[in-house]
Design a protein around this ligand. Structure first.
Ligand SMILES: [Fe+2]
Ligand SMILES: [Fe+2]
Length: 259
């Protein structure tokens, strides 16, 4: 099935792309980056009332570009927080640069990630523990749910579900390696092949993937927004969840004799 949202990332690269359907007082943007690599990263911005939250802002080399795109939506100094789904440099290395823009920016992350983030060289910041407080209420009344995704791929990884938009910011889960230029996944079989390239070696095991899918039960997921590769629209969400629940990866493939 083809989607109607055909955004060519090589054309959209100078502007943030609004992704949500226009919930009052709430907006979600893709901040771009047409990195010439199959590993290309996605950074996002959630704006809700006086809150502006970065989701996985990305590497240091991309910081100036990301800040410029944020500035087209809100004053970067007014960004109130960043959500870091784990500590990998493609997710979090720009953290010190963002904290230099606004030292009061809150860092929403898991305790295991928090152990490692100070090694980026900016240890003094406001840390919000997403396991201690798994729900963040936004000014619009919408909520962010922080959902653990253990061993996908980091032990302390987590995803973020935005109730106002129905968006699941999934971090490395559902990431795909794709050299195409369309922002949204078009054909599910192609998407599955591209997700497999990433998940087979990165993700821990079927127990980890199936357990995470079980944690998502009951959520009305309208879009999946991974940190790499194609965004996954509603028409593909049920298949994507089933694909993840059935996936054999990591130790399942390394030690098949033990499965
Ligand atoms: Fe990662
Ligand atoms: Fe990543």
């Amino acid at each position: 099935m083809k989607t109607k949202r055909r955004v060519d990332i090589t054309q959209a690269r100078t502007k943030p792309v609004r992704l949500d359907g226009g919930v009052k007082g709430h907006a979600v943007y893709w901040l771009g980056h047409d990195e010439p690599s199959a590993f290309r990263t996605n950074a996002y911005l959630i704006v809700d009332g006086d809150q502006a939250l970065l989701v996985d802002p990305g590497n240091r080399a991309y910081f100036a570009e990301a800040r410029e795109r944020v500035a087209q939506v809100v004053d970067p100094a007014c960004v109130s927080g960043m959500i870091l789904c784990h500590q990998d440099p493609d997710v979090a290395a720009s953290m010190p640069d963002w904290l230099a823009v606004n030292p009061r920016m809150r860092v929403f992350t898991s305790p295991r990630t928090q152990v490692l983030l100070p090694y980026y060289g900016y240890p003094d910041y406001a840390y919000a523990d997403v396991e201690d407080e798994p729900t963040l209420v936004l000014p619009s009344g919408g909520e962010l749910y922080f959902i653990p995704a253990p061993f996908l791929h980091f032990p302390g990884a987590f995803a973020t579900f935005d109730t106002a938009s129905g968006f699941l910011f999934s971090g490395d889960v559902f990431a795909s390696l794709d050299v195409g230029s369309w922002l949204w996944a078009e054909d599910f079989d192609d998407l599955a092949d591209n997700m497999h390239l990433f998940h087979a070696e990165y993700m821990a095991s079927n127990i980890a993937t199936r357990g995470f899918v079980n944690r998502l039960a009951g959520l009305d997921i309208r879009t999946i927004l991974p940190q790499h590769g194609s965004l996954i629209g509603k028409e593909h969400v049920p298949q994507a969840l089933q694909w993840l629940a059935d996936l054999r990866c990591g130790t399942d493939l390394l030690y098949p004799e033990l499965v």
